[in-house]
Design a protein around this ligand. Structure first.
Ligand code: HEC
Ligand code: HEC
Ligand code: HEC
Ligand code: HEC
Length: 496
């Protein structure tokens, strides 16, 4: 540790000395780390978790993939030719820090040096501006890619290359040029960029390689090759079965790349109705396990089977007092959670998120102390309870409906149709209502727009919450009415 620190300090001193020799004024603050400019504000939110992750029980981070918590991807067709949506008045993108101009042979990394280096060594394959060429080299100044790829991932990809592909190692360029290349890649500004997720490099996505093999053959082989060798097999996608790639890519990087895709490339996401296919989180885990298994790695073992019997014990001890021993809830006190329609609309992640984070301002307190295993068991128990004819409803957590609604119109409709049960301020039971607090931040954070929409459409059988949409509904509300209501509810909650 000390040796390493001294080594870095030594390197920094050397950099300063060389900089002085070159007659360049090097400011102390710019050499604070081995690679000072890498710590400058970046045009993209770098979503790698900081090293010091707060221990369990700290403020809950946005749960991975929990409906309504993943910043939704704008509903834009991911083809290069798709016209960019005229951005609604949006805050101007943060100005890119003006790159200083170091002289050639500079000893300090900069985006400008990176651009020069790029234009000499990389442009032939990765094309001007890093846009890539389908079937030949990937799009590497792509905001979705850069949001998921850490500096370490980029460095490893450049320094070690991807053996067996046209991407040879570029270690001989030296650390300053490699750092400069990274700064150059990141210096792209894209007003539509939105980080799709936060990558946790330590997070495992377990799965079953055999199940993954079948999914791979069905959904991925056409583009990435039957042997995952990508371009070498004539596919439009790169080699993703490559040992060097799999060493650099964490499970979570793979997971979010597969789930959200890369806008502007043929790699569309694999979730939601706009995706190439709607794979569940578990199915994506199977594909990752397959890629790792065929590469000779031991994939994270498939999750242990949840145990509904143990779940009943945990439920009785922690939940039954409010949600009643049979889970049917009590009007004005706690909602029914063994409800056919609730269980069809609520994903496992939604339920977990609700238990972990509670619903601030209600008696549903947060339980960060319950382990994942206990939560899985409780969910298995709830899902195993007989609920009558089951229904299937697909909720797409990425669908954004609030922007299509009119908040003021929604407010009027809320007062008219919802306030009598959910309270004038949307606080539900705490305002003496018979329904839960749907205007409270805890609910609004966990529930996606589509979750609210589907609840309005479907209602909750056996409870006072009737369906509101269509002729059979309580009020024959239209889709537009629903969008207005969602827009109003969103105005009560935390900013997404
Ligand atoms: C329609 C073609 C197509 C399909 C189908 C497809 N991909 Fe891709 N994929 C691509 C392309 C093209 C890229 C490179 C995008 C770029 O230029 O950045 C890519 C990139 C990727 C990457 C990132 C690779 C890297 O080097 O960072 C991963 C991981 C990936 N795909 C996994 C999958 C998986 C798993 C499946 C199946 C579930 C799949 N893809 C299906 C075309 C496809
Ligand atoms: C001869 C063509 C070629 C040249 C030159 C080249 N690359 Fe690549 N690069 C590729 C190919 C092909 C891949 C994808 C390999 C695969 O199938 O996994 C790639 C992958 C990458 C990746 C990983 C992208 C991802 O989606 O994971 C990065 C980063 C990258 N290259 C950066 C560079 C930089 C920086 C340079 C210049 C120093 C460079 N490349 C030069 C062909 C090239
Ligand atoms: C007659 C009373 C009543 C009216 C009117 C009513 N609701 Fe409800 N609502 C309920 C009850 C009770 C529940 C909880 C059902 C349960 O136990 O699962 C509920 C649940 C919900 C939920 C799910 C909350 C959660 O925590 O998952 C949403 C969303 C919702 N209502 C929206 C609305 C909207 C929007 C309106 C107005 C158009 C409305 N409700 C009108 C009684 C009502
Ligand atoms: C002290 C009473 C209390 C206890 C104990 C409690 N809950 Fe709740 N729970 C509530 C209330 C009240 C709400 C509705 C909050 C609101 O207004 O949004 C709720 C909401 C929920 C919801 C969301 C339902 C929906 O319609 O969106 C789930 C899921 C849930 N609880 C599960 C559990 C589980 C599982 C346990 C045991 C680990 C538990 N709760 C323990 C009072 C309680």
């Amino acid at each position: 540790m000390v040796g390493l620190a001294l080594g870095i300090a030594g390197a920094v001193t050397l950099v300063v000395a060389l900089g002085m020799l070159a007659g360049e004024i090097v400011q102390g603050s710019r050499v604070a780390g081995a690679n000072p400019r890498l710590s400058e504000p970046r045009p993209f939110i770098v979503t790698e978790k900081p090293e010091a992750t707060p221990a369990k029980g700290g403020p809950p981070p946005a749960a991975h993939g929990a409906p309504g918590t993943t910043p939704p991807k704008p509903e834009v067709a991911a083809t290069p030719k798709a016209p960019a949506p005229t951005p609604a008045p949006r805050p101007a993108p943060a100005p890119t820090p003006a790159p200083a101009d170091p002289p050639a042979g500079a000893t300090v990394a900069s985006a400008k040096l990176g651009e020069e280096t790029y234009n000499i060594f990389c442009i032939a394959c990765h094309q001007p501006e890093g846009k890539g060429k389908v079937g030949f080299a990937p799009y590497i100044r792509n905001s979705d890619f850069l949001a998921l790829a850490s500096d370490e991932f980029l460095r490893q990809s450049i320094v070690q290359g991807r053996p067996g592909t046209a991407m040879v190692p570029w270690a001989h360029l030296g650390p300053v040029k490699v750092d400069s290349l990274i700064l150059y890649l990141r210096s792209v500004t894209d007003p539509n960029a939105k980080p799709v997720a936060t990558i946790d490099p330590a997070k495992k996505h377990p799965g079953d390689p055999a199940a993954g093999q079948a999914l791979y053959a069905q959904y991925c082989a056409a583009c990435h090759g039957a042997n995952a060798n990508g371009y070498a097999e004539g596919g439009p996608g790169p080699a993703i079965g490559n040992t060097a790639f799999l060493a650099a890519a964490s499970d979570d990087f793979l997971f979010h790349t597969i789930k959200h895709g890369r806008r502007g490339t043929p790699m569309m996401g694999f979730s939601g109705s706009a995706g190439l296919a709607n794979l569940s989180d578990a199915e994506i885990g199977h594909v990752i396990a397959y890629l790792r298994h065929r590469n000779g790695e031991t994939p994270a073992p498939a999750a242990r089977q949840a145990d509904a019997k143990a779940g009943k014990m945990h439920y009785d001890a922690n939940c039954a007092a409010c949600h009643q021993p049979d889970g049917t809830g009590r009007p004005g006190f706690a909602p029914s959670i063994r409800n056919r329609d609730f269980l069809a609309i609520a994903s496992d992640e939604f339920i977990k998120d609700t238990i972990r984070n509670g619903r601030i301002g209600t008696s549903m307190v947060q339980r960060p102390d319950l382990s994942d295993q206990v939560l899985d068991d409780i969910i298995a128990y709830l899902r195993a309870l007989p609920v009558g004819n089951s229904v299937t409803i697909k909720v797409d957590p990425t669908r954004q409906l609030a922007p299509r609604g009119d908040q003021a119109a929604g407010h009027r409709k809320y007062d008219l149709y919802c306030a009598s049960c959910h309270g004038m301020d949307g606080k539900g039971y705490v305002e003496g209502g018979s329904g839960p607090g749907i205007g409270l931040p805890g609910f609004l954070r966990a529930a996606s727009d589509d979750y609210i929409y589907q609840t309005l459409k479907q209602g909750r059988i056996g409870t006072a919450m009737r369906p509101f949409l269509g002729a059979a509904g309580l009020a024959n509300l239209s889709d537009q009415d629903a969008f207005d209501l969602i827009s109003y509810l969103r105005s009560l909650g935390p900013a997404p």
